[in-house]
Every structure is written in structure tokens, then in C-alpha cells.
Design a protein around this ligand. Sequence first.
Ligand SMILES: *[C@@H]1O[C@H](CO)[C@@H](O)[C@H](O)[C@H]1NC(C)=O
Ligand SMILES: *[C@@H]1O[C@H](CO)[C@@H](O)[C@H](O)[C@H]1NC(C)=O
Ligand SMILES: *[C@@H]1O[C@H](CO)[C@@H](O)[C@H](O)[C@H]1NC(C)=O
Ligand SMILES: *[C@@H]1O[C@H](CO)[C@@H](O)[C@H](O)[C@H]1NC(C)=O
Ligand SMILES: *[C@@H]1O[C@H](CO)[C@@H](O)[C@H](O)[C@H]1NC(C)=O
Ligand SMILES: *[C@@H]1O[C@H](CO)[C@@H](O)[C@H](O)[C@H]1NC(C)=O
Ligand SMILES: *[C@@H]1O[C@H](CO)[C@@H](O)[C@H](O)[C@H]1NC(C)=O
Length: 307
Amino acid sequence: MQTTSMPLIFLIGISFLLLPTAQAESTKSKASPKFTFDELWNLETGFWDAFLYPQNKKQIEGNSSTVFAPEVQGRVDITRTFDGDELNREYIFGLFSDPSHVSLVGVPINYSITQFTANENIASATTIVTFNATTFGVLVPVTIDTWIEFDSQGKITQYDATFRWFEYLLDYLLESTVAKINATSSDEAVGYISDILAKTICATHEESCTGENKQYNNSSDCYDYLTQKIRFGKSYELGRNTLLCREVHEHMVPLRPDVHCSHIGPSGGNYCVDDMDYEQTVLQKYFNGSWIPFGYGDDQNVWLGSS
Ligand SMILES: *[C@@H]1O[C@H](CO)[C@@H](O)[C@H](O)[C@H]1NC(C)=O
Ligand SMILES: *[C@@H]1O[C@H](CO)[C@@H](O)[C@H](O)[C@H]1NC(C)=O
Ligand SMILES: *[C@@H]1O[C@H](CO)[C@@H](O)[C@H](O)[C@H]1NC(C)=O
Ligand SMILES: *[C@@H]1O[C@H](CO)[C@@H](O)[C@H](O)[C@H]1NC(C)=O
Ligand SMILES: *[C@@H]1O[C@H](CO)[C@@H](O)[C@H](O)[C@H]1NC(C)=O
Ligand SMILES: *[C@@H]1O[C@H](CO)[C@@H](O)[C@H](O)[C@H]1NC(C)=O
Ligand SMILES: *[C@@H]1O[C@H](CO)[C@@H](O)[C@H](O)[C@H]1NC(C)=O
């Protein structure tokens, strides 16, 4: 993993072994690991270091993660929730790891943490990540607000990410396109981008989704479906029945066709589907762990799952 936090995690492991007190004993049930502010800062920057291209490519190579705990729970506001290490590595690292592939924001090249506070094993940060949006030919700063919870080894057990100003970002990319193609309206730019995305998704489908994984009869059916039968998608619809959702999932298809082909198909494979309305999204009981340190507020936290 990131060279900076390896020794740290090692030290934390050692210190747990050496703790003879009740604190170490009590970790058996729901007691949370206690990190210092300094340790949490290093875990936070370790995550973002691993997120940058090309370091992020390493995270999708091995079989188990140095960043995520096996049962990690993750949520991204503009998409949806993601369970487990393998899936999360594909989404968080795989999605942003190929500058030559058509994509919305491209690859992350640097970051600046502008807000950070942390307690116990929970860190909250605002990070401005500069993406090289190669498809659009622009460098674009993207603001990502995150809450991250770590286990005693410093691996992420749950995260909650919000793309701040994402609608503004989409509009900005559309405006860049309007200028680039001399379009007279943003609708024209949407048509231009839809064409590129649909062709990319259908080419990936032809190449990776064969046999039982096939979703469309042929490329023209695929293109027709993606450009005529579903919505392009609004800024909050990257996990709904839209073209933008299928563009997100297209990146993962070659990694595990059996898992991801259905996500770019007509069914949306439970990921690109209109399964939840606004209220269900906002009130979803998803996280097993509390986002409030020291056990405060559990009795009134509507996001806590039933476990
Ligand atoms: C991952 O696991 C598979 C089989 O379980 C094995 O063949 C492969 O070598 C492993 N890859 C790495 C990078 O450990
Ligand atoms: C990130 O890179 C861009 C482009 O090179 C640069 O303008 C920006 O200042 C950099 N930001 C940080 C935090 O290094
Ligand atoms: C952005 O990507 C392009 C295409 O890969 C590359 O030529 C350019 O150097 C990159 N810019 C930065 C600042 O990384
Ligand atoms: C856009 O317009 C400019 C100026 O009229 C022209 O130089 C450029 O080639 C046009 N670009 C495209 C993609 O049509
Ligand atoms: C595939 O072809 C069959 C038979 O012609 C048709 O019923 C079906 O709608 C087609 N699927 C798509 C996704 O167009
Ligand atoms: C694609 O499949 C549809 C049936 O779903 C068929 O009507 C159409 O002729 C096919 N197109 C090509 C180019 O093969
Ligand atoms: C979270 O709780 C659900 C439902 O109780 C359970 O199925 C799941 O395994 C739990 N996940 C973790 C990471 O503890």
C-alpha cells in the first residue's frame, strides 16, 4: 500500500498486542479502535495517496485489499451503496485508472485536503482532487466530502462520500463540450457526449459480454437502447436507470464480466435501476457502524442498519 502508513499500521498492530488492559479485551464486541489524531491524519492521506493515478492501478491487481476491510460498506451520493472489498476496489480505484479510456472525469492527479477532523476511528474530510479529464481535454478540480471509519488495522470498514457541486461540474463539462464542438446549445453537447458514451459502452459489451453475459442482440440494438430508451441522467442519477450510470459501470466490465455486464444492459443489474425514490434514498438504513464517535447518539441515528 501507500508507503507512509505501512509502518504506522504495523505499529498500531504491535501496540494492540502489547496492551494488557481492559481496553484491548473490550474490542471483542462493538468497542471501536482508538487512534490518535496524528494516526487518523496519516490513514486519511494514505487513502488519498492510493487513490491517485497511477498508484490506484495497484489496488485492482491483488486479491485482497490493503485499503478496505473485507466486509466494507460504502456509499457515494451520486451513485449508490457498494458492499465488500472487491467491488469497492473496482469502483473507487478501477474507475479512475485509465487516462486513455473515455470517461467523465478521467484520472486523479493530485489532491488537497481543505477540511479535516477526526476522533476515535472516524475521520471526516473535504478533499479537492484535480482530475485530468482526458476525454474533455480539461483539468478539473472535484470536491469530495468523505466520512471514513477504520478498523484496528487501519483498513476502511465503511465510507460515505459526497461529490460537492457535482451538478455544477457536469454543467461545466457540458460547457467545455459546447465550446469544443462549436455547439449552439447544451442539448447538442448532451447528444454529442451520449454518442461517445454509448459507442464506448457498446464496444465494451461486444468485447467482454459474450455467451451468458450478453445483454444486447447486437451493437445497433445496444446503441439504440442507450441513446433512445433510457435517460442521459441528472447529476444525482449515476446509480439509476440512465446512460451516465452505465458509463460508470462500463469501466468495471472487463474486470469481471460475469458481475458487471448486467449493469450496462437493459436490466441495469440492480445497480442502474430506479429502485429507490428520493425519500428512500435519504432515509436508507444502510450503515452497520455509527458515524458518531464514542457511542453518542445511536438512539436517534436513522441511518443505522438493523444489525
Ligand atoms: C488471486 O487468486 C487467484 C486464485 O484464487 C490466483 O490464481 C492469483 O494468482 C491471485 N493473484 C494475486 C495477485 O495474488
Ligand atoms: C494539481 O495539479 C494542477 C495541474 O497541474 C495544479 O494547477 C494544482 O495547483 C495542483 N494542486 C495541488 C494541490 O497540488
Ligand atoms: C493529462 O492527460 C493527457 C493525456 O494522457 C496528458 O498528455 C497530460 O500530460 C495530462 N496532464 C496532466 C497535468 O497530468
Ligand atoms: C469551431 O469554430 C472555430 C472558429 O469558427 C473553428 O476554427 C473550429 O475549427 C471549429 N471547431 C469545430 C470542431 O468545428
Ligand atoms: C433482441 O432480439 C429479440 C428478438 O428479436 C427482441 O425481442 C429483443 O427485444 C431484442 N433485445 C434488445 C435489447 O433489443
Ligand atoms: C440487430 O438485432 C435486431 C433484433 O434485435 C435486428 O432487427 C437487427 O437487424 C440487427 N441489426 C444488425 C445490424 O445486425
Ligand atoms: C451489516 O448488517 C447486515 C444486516 O444485519 C448484515 O447482513 C451484514 O453482514 C453486516 N455487514 C457488516 C459489514 O457487518
